[in-house]
Design a protein. Structure first.
Length: 68
C-alpha cells in the first residue's frame, strides 16, 4: 500500500499551523521544514508527531525540496 506524505514549510506560523495540521492529520507522514520559528510553531508540530527539519531560509523552492 502506498503512503501519503505532506511537506510544509514554516516560519512563525504558530497562529495557523494547528488548523493546517488538523486538516491533514489523516496522512501517513507530515514533514515540517522550519526556517527559524521563535513562536510555538515547533511545539505544535511536535504535538502532531511531525518530522521536523530545521534549516535556514533558502527560498520557497529549495526550502520545500529539503522536505522531499
Amino acid at each position: 500500500m502506498n503512503k501519503i506524505s505532506v511537506s510544509i514549510i514554516t516560519k512563525n506560523e504558530g497562529s495557523n499551523i494547528e488548523r493546517c495540521l488538523e486538516s491533514i492529520k489523516w496522512v501517513d507522514e507530515i514533514i515540517v521544514v522550519d526556517s527559524g520559528s521563535i513562536d510555538k510553531t515547533l511545539e505544535i508540530c511536535k504535538f502532531y508527531h511531525c518530522k521536523i527539519i530545521e534549516t535556514e531560509w533558502l527560498g520557497f523552492g529549495l526550502t520545500k525540496q529539503i522536505g522531499v
